[in-house]
Design a protein around this ligand. Structure first.
Ligand code: DUC
Ligand code: ZN
Ligand code: ZN
Length: 474
């Protein structure tokens, strides 16, 4: 019998710290050896001229999430993980959302059941706590954390999700005592409501109103408030999808005071502009709806600030915030109410398949970040922050054989027609990139190759985690 099930030969292995010419030997779905030469394998994949990267981990995606009356998310687990695989990802982390008035445990169980048997890549599930009743705080949340749902998100905005300050403090306290990781969507509900009503009264109801209703200071204020609450409870929170300089400065200020805090951003805040929501150059008045997400994309100055935050280590993670709605669809961006005001346009854009090429191209190929930093930002730090390390997130003996073979020189143009998600558009249509995933391997099995997703859904597993706060590095 050969010593290895699979050998990946002749590539350049890249981790968050090292870049080496090495072969990778896989046995039983795990990496068994990284060596100068691996000879004795049942299957050999030639990685000559390619980078061998830890598979992308996208630690913040929305899949089949309830989205309000008449609105349907464009991806289920099969289509979202198909797109993830094609885009070089081996693990994604979506959210089980607790509807108000419902049990968090029941929401988690039902959501997990939707995933089991349908995924192309591995999945680990976060929670969204929208109704922190005494039963949720006292029993359900601690029980779910102990059962492997070790991270959850809370919102400071959205009618159906917003928590008030007292509730935020209460859930932070549960995280403090259980060791769970809390992610905070920091935009201020009342300020957004005030701005929305003001804009509507002034007749500014088109998609661009979305950007005007959520200016940077709305994000900065909420970020500061979340940080203050976290300090009171002594909890190192995660500020998710930071879009602007001012919120970023709050994170840097917190660290300068010696406090632990984590911060993440997304490709949209590095490459998209709020101007796109004006739909200029299109005769479709709603075209800007394709870019409506929260926080909204900002301006060139903020893009530059976020890039500098990536370079200086303010941000530890780049995830997609994949939240797909079809555009030309009454259950999506063009729902009847959405045509009357931006406030009813579902928030979110697709990005699970384009995250890695966009960041590689704009970051590594353009010389803004190193290859090793790219790996940290797209895989290793996700695993470390969210309890998947050392099972996932790097290349070395014992890690799951989750690998992406990457052609750093391949030039492509992002086109909807080539993508695998359930949405009917991409905000990056026509975006040129240098660097492209050519093969995705999950626990030793090829799941995508040359732009095709191979194999049936069901290879991807739902992974439980255990609380672990150690080992995080930017
Ligand atoms: N905003 C969110 O809070 N989540 C998903 C997408 C979005 O735009
Ligand atoms: Zn959010
Ligand atoms: Zn999100």
């Amino acid at each position: 019998m050969p010593a290895f099930d699979l050998a990946i030969r002749g590539g350049t292995v890249v981790t968050a710290t090292d870049t080496i010419r090495a072969d990778v030997g896989v046995r039983g779905g795990r990496i068994a050896a990284v060596a100068d030469r691996i000879a004795d394998a049942a299957r050999v994949i030639d990685a000559g001229g390619l980078l061998v990267l830890p598979g992308g981990i996208d630690s913040h995606v929305h899949i089949a999430q309830p989205s309000g009356p008449g609105i349907v998310m464009a991806d289920d687990f099969a289509s979202a993980t198909r797109a993830a695989a094609a885009g070089g990802n081996t693990c994604v982390m979506p959210f089980a959302l607790q509807p108000r008035g419902a049990s968090l445990c029941e929401a988690a169980t039902a959501y997990r059941a939707q995933a089991v048997g349908r995924c192309h890549v591995d999945v680990a599930i976060h929670l969204i706590v929208s109704d922190p009743t005494p039963a949720v705080l006292g029993q359900e949340l601690p029980a779910l954390i102990a059962a492997g749902y070790t991270s959850f998100k809370v919102f400071m905005t959205y009618d159906d999700l917003v928590l008030n300050d007292r509730q935020i403090l209460d859930v932070f306290a549960v995280a403090r005592s259980t060791g769970a990781r809390v992610m905070v969507h920091a935009e201020g509900y009342d300020a957004i409501r005030h701005m929305t009503e003001r804009l509507e009264r002034a007749g500014q109801t088109s998609p661009y109103g979305h950007a005007l209703s959520r200016p940077e200071l709305v994000e900065r204020e909420a970020t500061h408030r979340a940080i203050s609450h976290a300090e009171l409870v002594d909890l190192p929170i995660v500020i998710v999808h930071v879009s602007g300089r001012e919120a970023m400065e709050q994170v840097a200020w917190t660290r300068a005071r010696g406090l632990e805090i984590h911060a993440e951003t997304c490709p949209q805040y590095l490459t998209l502009n709020a101007e796109a929501m004006k739909g200029l150059g299109s005769d479709d008045a709603m075209a800007g709806a394709k870019y409506v997400c929260s926080p909204p994309p900002r301006d060139a100055g903020n893009q530059a600030a976020i890039w500098s935050g990536l370079q200086r280590g303010v941000f530890e993670i780049v995830y997609s915030d994949h939240c797909p709605f079809r555009y030309a669809d009454e259950a999506g961006k063009l729902n009847p109410r959405g045509r009357t005001s931006f406030r009813w346009i579902p928030n979110g854009i697709p990005g699970i398949e384009t995250r890695l090429p966009v960041l590689f191209s704009e970051g590594v190929s353009k010389g803004r970040i190193s290859l090793n930093r790219f790996v940290a930002l797209t895989a290793t730090n996700h695993a470390k922050l969210y309890g998947l390390y050392p099972r996932k997130g790097s290349i070395g003996p014992g890690f799951d054989a989750d690998l992406t073979l990457w052609d750093p020189n391949r030039c492509e143009t992002i086109r909807q027609e080539n993508l695998h998600h359930g949405a009917d558009y991409t905000p990056w249509e026509g975006f040129p990139v240098t660097g492209w995933p050519v093969m995705t391997i999950v626990r030793g099995e090829v799941v995508a190759e040359a732009g095709r997703v191979v194999g049936e859904p069901g290879w991807g597993q739902v992974i439980d985690r255990t609380v672990d706060r150690g080992g995080m590095a930017a």
